[in-house]
Design a binder for this molecule. Structure first.
Ligand code: ATP
Ligand code: MG
Length: 329
């Protein structure tokens, strides 16, 4: 039997180069080796209020983008989280297995709750990691490719699975996180101290959206913030901007940092940026050409409804096992 791989993205905006390089590409590269599941994390998108129509559009956009990035619905179960009700129920159960302290020490919560202090911090922001725990455990997942920012939540999943199994008997499969060595945290091009986020505003010069106009994307790379050290060198602390561009280049072309450094010895940043811009432009052009092909709502609806049926078969068994273990039926 094949092991299970699973990942998901929130339909909270247009997908970025960070989402692609940090999560989706690592999934696509492995979809044949594993029993594969990729979902649209729409329940996670309502952690903060959203325009309902925009959310619906973002879901379609996200599925079409998965396909454009190489997800093959013949090999992978593609589904929408809210179509499989077991996510909510197991999420609820797992919230009850979790200590307040375990959730309040999550880095993402600490970071994002600071930005919400004016009107109060949403509970969703606090408890969404336990929904993520359910997302992963429902499918007996062995490997979860995510960006660095989500690593801690997969580790929480391991802690909770282990605790549950110890308390109530073997119920859940232990998942492993897969954070790729390169490109696990693509930084904002204008502020290379912060992660590139899809919920950054649409005209953000520091964020490469996969649907960006190719010339605009190139300009964003050419005007990326760097430093005045004038040598292409991988040093995340002292040269975060250049290191970020090197990560992008290396992740796309597979060339290692040493080789990139050698090629650019004694050369300026302009030339280097130009190569990164070209490589990114090519990647975007390929994705965008495929996106056009897949941007068909009838076809996407069919993929999602088939995916939900297949996903639900597995999820319902896991939920039954967990409910039995707890004495709930
Ligand atoms: P949001 O701003 O809405 O949180 P996001 O860009 O952080 O959007 P998520 O939907 O939260 O995207 O995350 C989807 C996946 O993409 C996760 O596995 C996450 O770790 C990964 N990811 C997100 N941003 C980056 C990034 N800048 N570099 C690498 N991986 C990333
Ligand atoms: Mg995020």
């Amino acid at each position: 039997m094949k092991k299970v791989i699973l990942t998901g993205v929130r339909p909270s905006g247009n997908l970025t180069l960070g989402n692609y390089l940090g999560a989706i590409k690592n999934f696509v590269d492995r979809q044949e080796q594993y029993d594969s599941y990729i979902f649209i994390a729409d329940l996670h998108a309502i952690t903060s209020p959203k325009d309902p129509q925009k959310l619906k559009e973002a879901v379609y956009n996200c599925v079409a983008m998965y396909l454009a990035c190489g997800v093959d619905p013949k090999k992978t179960i593609v589904f929408k989280q809210s179509d499989v009700l077991e996510h909510g129920t197991l999420g609820f159960i797992m919230t009850f297995q979790t200590k307040m302290g375990e959730l309040s020490r999550m880095t993402q919560f600490k970071l994002k709750s600071q930005q919400q202090t004016k009107e109060g911090v949403d509970t969703g922001l606090f408890v969404y990691p336990t929904l993520m725990v359910a997302d992963i455990l429902l499918y007996n997942t062995s490997i979860v490719p995510v960006g660095k920012d989500q690593q801690q939540h997969v580790e929480l999943t391991r802690d909770l699975a282990e605790r549950f199994n110890k308390r109530y008997g073997q119920t859940f499969t232990m998942p492993d996180v897969y954070v790729a060595p390169v490109g696990n945290k693509i930084l904002n091009l204008q502020n290379p101290l912060e992660k590139m986020n899809k919920s950054d505003s649409g005209d953000n010069k520091g964020t490469i959206f996969l649907m960006d106009d190719i010339e605009v994307a190139k300009k964003k790379i050419m005007s990326a913030k760097t430093d005045n050290l004038a040598h292409v060198h991988f040093d995340e602390e002292n040269q975060p901007g250049i290191s970020n561009l090197m990560s992008i280049l290396s992740k796309i072309t597979d060339e290692d940092f040493e080789s990139i450094e050698k090629r650019y010895e004694g050369k300026g940043y302009g030339e280097f940026k130009k190569e990164v811009a070209e490589v990114v432009a090519k990647t975007l052009a390929e994705i965008q050409a495929k996106f056009k092909q897949f941007n068909n709502k009838d076809m996407l609806d069919k993929i999602l409804s088939n995916g939900a049926i297949d996903a639900q078969k597995v999820a319902s068994q896991t939920l039954k096992r967990a409910a039995n273990a707890l004495g709930l039926n």
